[in-house]
Design a protein around this ligand. Structure first.
Ligand code: MTE
Ligand code: MO
Length: 381
């Protein structure tokens, strides 16, 4: 019955007692055991973050965020176009891409809406809890190699990555009819560390994660990592597409003037896996508080934990070595109090740039970039 509860709560739109068309109550879908269903068409799946137990999330447990239906593409006939402000536009297939020198990186992806369920008042979009985030190994070809081959024209400014998926946004603000999911990245970032990946954790990309080819834009929120790549377009003026302006954007104040900016780099953030919300914790014992932290293009330098609502903070242990653009697991042993009753546990991360996770939500971020410290209520028993 827990699965059914997950569906109902996850969908947020179904009245209690309603049953999804092809998902029967109490039944796990064959494709998604262990993931929380947040949407069926298109399919959106959340990783239950309290189950975090390793550095790399296996493919079958990695969250899925798709705006439109998964485009059906045969890897053998798939071709990607490289065009725009380039000297030599070309099309390339998967076999030729795989002949190019490959690179493997570890990088985390976090959806800009991760944690949205915590926002008050309720914000627009899928009400993710803390599991629209994951860390994986990606293998593919650096975007720089394709740009090099195409040759950039004078004035090239940004690189637009376009997915083969398409559809209409029906609610306001409506899309101009049917559109592809597309985003741009500044040329400098595109050349420095964007990977065009055909493998995830050593396996061919699965359809829901962007087969046959997707971008990985390390250190940036997930929306930049375009799946099902169909076209790479070099442009000589800023791209202002739907998912770059009307969606996935926030207000930045310059000289007191709020100005809309496209969402880019990840904020510094830590998340607690355990204790889970409302977990009962034995009194007067050793308890392992643990989770993961990340810092976009910077590096996590410290994670602290508070068990008294934010008065005192203890420094947690960062596990392993830092890997650029990957998340960092952390842990801390809590000597739990003798006294029973409710308590608030919190974690906060700091990065090498000196950015600290804020205690309060900044409403200028609209419905995304949710990185403030979130309290986890537990029961000492
Ligand atoms: N073509 C395409 N690419 C996309 C999306 C999409 O809907 N279409 N969603 C983006 C968003 S918002 C996120 S958070 C990541 C999620 O990647 P994943 O589904 O592999 O976890 O993909 C991004 N790339
Ligand atoms: Mo996202």
């Amino acid at each position: 019955m827990t699965r059914r509860r997950d569906f109902l709560i996850g969908m947020g739109v179904l009245p209690l007692g309603a049953v999804l068309p092809h998902v029967r109550a109490g039944e796990e879908t064959t494709r998604v055991p262990g993931l929380i269903v947040r949407g069926v068409e298109p399919e959106n799946l959340e990783f239950p973050f309290e189950s975090l137990d390793r550095f790399v999330i296996p493919n079958g447990r990695f969250y899925v965020r798709s705006h439109f239906a998964v485009p059906r593409m045969e890897a053998s006939s798939w071709r990607m176009e490289v065009a725009g402000a380039v000297e030599q536009p070309f099309r390339i297939g998967l076999d030729d891409l795989k002949k190019m020198p490959s690179r493997t990186i570890t990088a985390m992806l976090e959806c800009s809406g991760n944690g949205r369920v915590n926002l008050v008042p309720k914000a627009k979009g899928i009400l993710w809890d803390s599991g629209a985030v994951g860390n994986a190994e990606w293998t593919g070809v650096p975007l720089a190699a394709l740009l090099e081959r195409a040759g950039l024209k004078e004035g090239a400014l940004e690189v637009v990555l376009e997915g083969a998926d398409k559809g209409r946004v029906e609610e306001e603000p409506k899309s101009p009819g049917e559109i592809h999911f597309a985003r741009s990245i500044p040329l400098e970032k595109a050349r420095r560390d964007v990977l065009l990946a055909y493998q995830m954790n050593g396996e061919d990309l699965s359809p829901e994660h962007g087969a046959p080819l997707r971008a990985i834009v390390p250190g940036w929120y997930g929306m930049a990592s375009i799946k099902w790549l169909g076209r790479i377009l070099v442009v000589d003026r800023p791209f202002a597409g739907y998912f770059q302006t009307l969606d996935y954007s926030y207000f930045e104040r310059r000289d007191g003037l709020p100005s809309l900016v496209s969402t880019g780099e990840n904020e510094v953030k830590s998340q607690i896996a355990r204790p889970a919300r409302d977990e009962a914790i034995p009194r007067n014992s050793d308890y392992r508080v643990h989770g993961a932290a990340w810092a976009g293009e910077s590096e996590v330098s410290r994670v602290e934990v508070s068990t008294d609502g934010g008065k005192d903070w203890a420094v947690a242990k960062l596990v392993g070595e830092p890997i650029p653009h990957a998340w960092r697991l952390w842990e801390w042993t809590w000597k739990t109090p003798k006294q029973v009753g409710p308590l608030i546990v919190m974690a906060r991360a700091t990065d090498r740039r000196g950015r600290v996770q804020p205690m309060k939500r900044d409403p200028d971020r609209r419905n995304g970039m949710i990185s403030h410290v979130l309290p986890v209520r537990v029961e000492i028993s």
